[in-house]
Write a protein of this length. Sequence first.
Length: 339
Amino acid sequence: MRLPRMITVTLAGAAVLLPVAACSSDKPSAGQAPQATTAAPTEQPTAEAKKHPFTGLPMKGAAKQVLAVKIENTAAGKPQMGLQSADIVYVEQVEAGLTRLMAIFSSKLPAKVGPVRSARISDLHIVPQFGKPAFAYSGVQSKMLPFMAKASLYDVGDTRNPGAFFRQPGRFAPYNLFATTKKLLTRAPGADKAKDIGFTFGDAPAEGGVDKKSYTVKWPGARFTFAWSEADSKWLIWQDGKKDMAAEGGQLGAPTIVVQYTKTERSQFHDKNQSYTPLVHSTGKGSAVVLRDGKAYKAKWERESEEAGTTFTTTSGEPMNFAPGQVWVALASRKPVIP
């Protein structure tokens, strides 16, 4: 037991021993460990997660490269594979009034995608807004080869990158050509990463929406119906009266459907049956209908140049926000009608 230190004090001629109280010191004595002091934790502000420019969803890490893939969209090629992983899906008119899809991938990649089909001239006017992405397709007309060579893209088609493509068992040509996405990107190490293309995400406009259970868009040879599902919080897709199913299972659909009305005219290209290839003008300005949250909103779109993104605004000029998640853009050729 440690005894208190004593001092001698003389009181009335007598010496008296008195204990000395221990005194605190800023410096510990030799061999004594310093006493730790605990400061109150300071709450650090949490930075808002960075959102992906194509989907508005939180983005993990840095932006990834952009891959565009041209995909078959007739009954012979269904069900398609990989579309559920796309950030954006464009619906384009092709010969005979039919449609073909161009899927844009960046935030996530499916293992396989397809059926991969040939490119069209309208594709080359859409992709420059993504910078210089990787573009996968299954050939083009010989007359279009010079246009492909000048286009703002990394060509990872089946002619230049045959090792990335394979024939899917159980399907018949030409609807059995599929691709491995990682192998596609290995041939395009310089492909640009995802960047702002004009889309905005957030709350829906407070006014202007019309309640809609479904919305139908027609092309001369195809019909799409987008039906709102409260349970799935997205617009489920029907094509030509049938559910549009994914090869991986489930019905295709998206939280936001953009019906972008564009000028469509004949191009200089045509197929072997002399059916002309439409040229869809995706630059300029025009009207649109944006479907989200069970409502249809009249909107305007504008794209100043092929290198610029496409902006969508309400009729009053405010940003037309999309619901976070996958976006389908149907490039239609007639004026919108909302009853």
